[in-house]
Design a protein around this ligand. Structure first.
Ligand SMILES: [Zn+2]
Length: 512
């Protein structure tokens, strides 16, 4: 059997001022055709597809495109069209096909297209008149839409956050899909959309409400008639018409059973929705608490999460550290290509005075003046060897380490995975030697830091991944939607759905 495979993966934050361009995909490596098989064998969802095909003796994979970009603002129209064109051309070249197997994120938004994944799937089927099955894997933060459901025979999502089961997800998606194509199983789907979004900081499958929901999913997946169950607590910073949580269940034959399981999962999820809100710590209190700590590491998660599409140059914590004249070792990162260039011109060992950060996120913060020694200069390239979001080759552009008193600042030309210790370690900094380390990640950082941190603080900083969803101006979401509206009986409500899409000139959150 001939199966086309591919990956088009980016998490959008439609409020972010940073639009996504082709260079954002190129930064992480755009791969086409056979190169995909060589590059991704053994890792991530594509590796799972490849391994599952190796288990069979009659599957030929036809690789199309792998386009991965770091979470950011809306995709430029031209960029999306280019990726779509490449994908479609590779599909056409691969014909005849028995099926298409894709790894998608599920929250992509391009200018004028607020459901990129749904549109891509529909286009493949309609424009190419391809009446063949399609199966996909998704991030659990996917915003699952009607188009996505209508154009697929099977969807499998990550069951973990931090996301550490990418290979498993890919492998299972492929295994089930191959069984469908061989007519060994005929999945009976059930799906529900729920009028809820919540902040992401408690989207942690190892504790709290999400742990309970995934325990139930595990229990349901152990039943003989169940192929798969997925819960999607969705990326909330999306101003799109079908925004909301989703549940999807596939059983072996009986759709009524699938609907019962969807009912059971969505019932527990609905009951748990308030538990996804937690009190956060004012940054000034965190900074003072760290002063009182005699030893150990405090990890501060701010609201400028680069894994949630925020720009990565928010100065909220830096400003507090400087204002409060801390004398303990503190480590943080900022995106600022101007300062990187200035530091490189000055050279390692020399001092510079600069206004740093606050140039991309001009809504929630300001540049902060620092005088600092240029300690290290790197090319910003390194590899992530697993952990949250799997194995990745990272290129943050030219990167420098500045030392301003006891504060070390990793300044990069582009944003990167500031949930991993490797981001700092590649520049010779050991996060565990600091009193405070700032991570730009709401949950994913826990994989790298939970076992070494004495204290984890969720800081209440304004930013493009703030947990305070009231800060954002949503114009296109369905109503009613919890937490913005009171929803008494979610199954009986009549949802009013907008038909507009956000565009890159109208993004932003309410200024604070
Ligand atoms: Zn996610």
């Amino acid at each position: 059997m001939r199966i086309a495979i591919g990956q088009i993966w980016q998490e959008q934050n439609t409020f972010s001022p940073m639009t996504t361009r082709l260079s954002d995909f190129e930064q992480n490596g755009l791969y086409f055709g056979e190169a995909i098989l060589k590059q991704f064998s053994g890792s991530n969802e594509l590796g799972g597809f490849i391994r599952a095909a190796e288990d069979e003796d009659d599957i030929k994979l036809l690789p199309t495109i792998r386009a991965f970009a770091w979470p950011k603002g809306i995709v430029k129209k031209k960029t999306y069209e280019k990726i779509k064109e490449e994908f479609m051309n590779h599909i056409k070249k691969s014909l005849p096909l028995d099926g298409i197997l894709l790894s998608l994120h599920g929250s992509m938004v391009a200018e004028g297209v607020c459901d990129v994944e749904g549109e891509l799937l529909e286009t493949v089927r309609k424009d190419l008149s391809l009446d063949i099955p399609i199966a996909i894997s998704l991030d659990l933060h996917a915003n699952v839409t009607e188009k996505i459901v209508d154009n697929t025979v099977f969807i499998e999502a990550y069951h973990t956050c931090p996301h550490v089961d990418l290979f498993r997800t890919g492998y299972k998606t492929a295994k089930v899909f191959f069984s469908v194509l061989k007519k060994d199983i005929d999945p009976a789907p059930a799906y529900v959309k729920m009028p809820v979004i919540t902040p992401v900081r408690l989207h942690n499958t190892n504790q709290g409400p999400l742990k309970k929901i995934f325990k139930l999913i595990e229990k349901i997946e152990r039943k003989n008639d169940v192929i798969s169950a997925s819960f999607f607590p969705v990326q909330p910073w999306l101003d799109v018409p079908e925004l909301g949580w989703s549940v999807a269940v596939y059983t072996r034959s009986d759709g009524a059973h699938a609907r019962e399981y969807v009912e059971e999962i969505s019932h527990l999820a609905w009951k748990s929705k308030d538990k996804f809100f937690t009190e956060e710590t004012p940054p000034e209190r965190a900074i003072e608490e760290a002063r009182k700590m005699k030893r150990g590491l405090m990890v501060i998660s701010d609201s400028d999460s680069t894994t949630s599409g925020a720009p990565g140059d928010n100065t909220c914590i830096l400003n507090e550290l400087i204002t409060r004249k801390v004398n303990y070792p503190a480590l943080l990162s900022l995106v600022d290509p101007e300062v990187v260039e200035k530091a490189i011109r000055a050279g390692a060992g020399n001092k510079i005075t600069c206004e740093i950060g606050g140039k991309l996120d001009t809504m929630h913060c300001y540049p902060v003046k620092v005088t600092a020694k240029v300690k290290t200069i790197t090319d910003g390239k390194f590899n992530l060897d697993g952990g949250h979001i799997g194995k990745l080759s990272i290129d943050m552009g030219k990167t420098v380490v500045l030392e301003a008193g006891s504060i070390s600042i990793l300044v990069s030309a582009r944003s990167g995975p500031v949930y991993e210790q490797t981001v700092y370690k590649h520049a010779g900094l050991d996060p565990e030697q600091f009193r405070v380390v700032v991570v730009k990640s709401p949950v994913g950082f826990r994989k790298a830091y939970e076992t070494v941190a004495k204290k984890i603080v969720l800081a209440d900083c304004p930013g493009f991944s703030s947990s305070n969803l009231d800060l954002f101006t949503y114009n296109n979401i369905p109503r009613p939607l919890y937490p913005f509206d009171k929803v008494d009986n979610w199954k009986k409500i009549k949802t009013e759905r907008r038909s507009n899409c956000p565009n890159s000139t109208k993004t932003g959150s309410k200024s604070t």
